[in-house]
Design a binder for this molecule. Structure first.
Ligand SMILES: *Cc1c(COP(=O)(O)O)cnc(C)c1O
Length: 399
């Protein structure tokens, strides 16, 4: 294994060969300003105290670690623990970085926070943070997604953000990204583009990782307190990779701790309907940075699919690409069927309905626990709750 560098990213925003700023020069200046503001603001006592207070009183942190006894017994083998990000206000880990980004925008004196959303999870978390902090929020969303994601659309409206329907092209996430970005370019000095995962041009992979790293910091201390040792394996699902980086970061130097990121195999790795970017992708650029990509021979992003809409992204965070190459983290896949099975097992054995995204990580934990001994432990990041998926799963399984 190549030596792990913890001083990441470098000055140009690279994690090894990945990341950077693949954007026009005027935007590079803007991104560098955000980076400078971030470096100077985020470590001040006033910013940290405000953010920590919100994490505690508003989000409900620290989220507990729960030993899933019945799930573990059913499988046999290793004991499975869950880091309960599903219990956060708004029901997932996304609120951790949305609060951080909205607070940063406010401290930088920005007048409007902008973003796109696909399934609406990022939109709701960001609209929540902006309502709380009293800053204008504008979310771009494809018309097809607006039709499909009714509860999230309603929530965003209630929360007071400006929802911009995107009617061009495929009327889905890809066009929403372009539309939101065009709006951002109208006044990048006063607007803040809040990216929804550890992706995009530097400094966003760093910023989002840092705000999410509270998950791993808490988990490491909690687990030591509970078990007097560190977990043997960490597990998290990977879409863009923010909940996984959030859990992994605090453990990167703990050589005894193995880490596994789980990508969606969708309808199978031998079909075109999956989003296994690290597993089957090739190096390329997307949305302003370099990473593994699912792309055609001309370098255009391929359509991606997962039963969990939060996981279907054709790129992936640059730090994951680096961690894969140096073999610090291993990436595996779980398909739709295995995901649905884990969703039901966790619901019926523990009374915890997971997000379909998180169910991918639970599924892999169940798969490998069997072949481990009962003094070994797996800590799964349960990134979100499954209320949003309940009707869909019930119809899939004709419940
Ligand atoms: C958005 C989302 C994900 C995927 O995003 P990452 O950046 O890969 O963490 C995972 N789980 C839930 C519950 C989500 O809402």
């Amino acid at each position: 294994m190549e030596k792990l560098s913890l001083e990441m990213p470098d000055e140009k925003g690279y994690f090894g060969e990945y990341g950077g700023q693949i954007i026009p020069p005027p935007l590079i200046d803007i991104m560098n300003e955000i980076n400078d503001a971030y470096d100077s603001v985020v470590n001040t006592k006033i910013f940290q105290e405000e953010l920590q207070q919100l994490y505690t009183d508003y989000v409900g942190r620290p989220s507990p670690i729960y030993f899933a006894k019945r799930l573990s017994e059913k499988q046999g083998g290793a004991r499975i623990f869950l880091k309960r990000e599903d219990l956060n206000h708004t029901g997932a880990h996304k609120i951790n970085h949305c609060l951080g980004e909205a607070l940063l925008a406010k401290h930088m004196g920005k007048t409007k926070v902008l973003a796109e959303t696909g399934a609406g999870q990022h939109g709701v978390a960001l609209a929540t943070a902006c309502a709380l902090l009293g800053i204008d929020c504008e979310i771009h969303m494809g018309e097809i997604d607006i039709e499909k994601e009714h509860p999230n659309v309603t929530k965003m409206k209630i929360l007071g953000c400006k929802l911009v329907p995107v009617s061009r092209g495929t009327k889905t996430l890809k066009d929403a990204v372009d539309s939101a970005f065009e709006e951002y370019l109208k006044d990048p000095v006063n607007y803040f583009y809040a990216i929804g995962s550890v992706v995009g041009p530097h400094p966003f992979p760093k910023i989002v990782r840092d705000f999410q790293s509270v998950v791993g910091k808490e988990a490491r201390a909690q687990f030591l307190e509970m078990e007097n040792k560190l977990p043997d394996i960490l597990m998290a699902c990977v879409g863009g990779g923010s909940n996984a980086m959030g859990l992994f970061t605090a453990f990167l130097e703990d050589e005894s701790v193995k880490m596994i990121g789980i990508e969606p195999a969708g309808k199978g790795l031998d079909t075109t309907e999956h989003a296994a970017t690290l597993t089957l992708g090739t190096k390329g650029a997307i949305h302003g940075f370099e990473c593994y990509n699912l792309q055609d021979t001309n370098g255009n992003p391929l359509p991606v699919y997962s039963i969990a809409s939060g996981l279907d992204y054709p790129g992936v965070g640059p730090q994951h690409c680096y961690l894969k190459d140096i073999e610090r983290v291993v990436y595996e896949t779980i398909d739709d069927k295995e995901c649905l099975d884990a969703f039901m097992q966790l619901s019926r054995l523990e009374g915890i309905i997971p997000a379909l995204e998180s169910a991918h990580a639970v599924a892999h934990a169940m798969k490998i626990a069997k072949n481990m001994s009962d003094d070994e432990t797996i800590l799964v990041n349960l990134s979100g709750r499954g209320d949003k998926d309940a009707d869909f799963v019930a119809s899939c399984l004709s419940l």
